[in-house]
Design a protein around this ligand. Structure first.
Ligand SMILES: Nc1ncnc2c1ncn2[C@@H]1O[C@H](COP(=O)(O)OP(=O)(O)OP(=O)(O)O)[C@@H](O)[C@H]1O
Length: 266
């Protein structure tokens, strides 16, 4: 599995409206969630990781190689990203063409590209929409289309910025299954999310950002067990913990199933 290393990274938007500073941070689990309040710098980290923004100093290495030294094709094969707003990355006339365009950045055989595009559209449930204009799709479908554009490239590391936002329940379940399949096949999934119930049940590692810095890394149970930290960085604990708290139980629970397991002897 891949490992991303950030060293002495410093970045500021013009006029220093926001400054990001990372002394040393390693991202190395298979299912990583990056969480933190609005404006903490999560999307900025993603833009730095993909080279969309350039740090003023410091370096980002992937598997020991400085990312900025890779050529564009190898960068795409290393790290793929879906943005928070799908409209920031969709621009082709049809759904299938959108996926094929993405594939064509790393592949050349047109037949193979077409076959692969059909396969990923099928995987995200959009096979029946291949001929439609992306802007005629629902927001949920457009988000799934952006996932398809990354799946078709099959990078080693997938970055997802708020992938569950606007998705209906079946699409959420489908995407969660896809994430686990990718992780099980050796890919690294790094996701920005505000959905703490999802973080609690699906991720192996959580990194918390606050005001442009990484402030915590650990398992979901370690994070939600630290009530002072959770409150200070403005996170909501999993809903089951709020319910348990109302019942006078202040233990750490990640899900209703976890609650049941911990209380099964009663
Ligand atoms: N292009 C830009 N120019 C100037 N400031 C920016 C720019 N993009 C973002 N910012 C500011 O930088 C800060 C960090 O933004 P960023 O989008 O990384 O936060 P975030 O943690 O992803 O927030 P959210 O959870 O709301 O998506 C915010 O204060 C934001 O307003």
């Amino acid at each position: 599995m891949s490992q991303i290393e950030l060293e002495n990274l410093a970045f500021a938007y013009p006029e220093k409206s926001f400054e990001l500073s990372v002394d040393h941070q390693v991202l190395s689990d298979s299912m990583i969630a990056i969480v933190g309040q609005n404006g903490a710098g999560k999307s900025t980290i993603f833009k730095l990781l993909t080279g969309l923004l350039k740090a003023q100093s410091g370096k980002i290495s992937v598997d020991g190689v400085e990312f900025s030294e890779l050529d564009p094709k190898h960068r795409l094969q290393k790290i793929g990203i879906t943005f928070q707003n799908p409209d920031d990355q969709l621009f082709n006339a049809t759904v299938k063409r959108e996926v094929e365009w993405s594939a064509s950045q790393v592949m050349h055989d047109q037949d193979a590209i077409s076959v692969k595009a059909d396969a990923v559209l099928n995987k995200v449930g959009l096979a029946g929409k291949a001929g439609e204009n992306p802007y005629d799709l629902s927001l949920s479908e457009r988000k799934l289309l952006t996932v398809a554009t990354v799946l078709v490239v099959d990078p080693e590391i997938y970055l997802f910025d708020e992938p569950m936002m606007s998705l209906d329940w079946p699409s959420r379940q489908m995407l969660t299954t896809i994430f686990h399949q990718l992780a099980d096949s050796g890919h690294q999934i790094i996701t920005i999310t505000h959905d703490m119930d999802w973080v609690a049940t699906e991720f192996s590692k959580v990194h918390v950002m606050e005001r442009g810095m990484f402030k915590f890394e650990g398992t979901p149970r370690e994070l939600f067990g630290d009530r002072e930290l959770v409150q200070r960085v403005g996170l909501l604990p999993p809903r089951i913990m709020t319910v348990a708290e109302l019942l006078g139980d202040s233990r750490t629970y990640l899900s209703p199933e976890d609650y049941q397991a911990q209380n099964s002897s009663y």
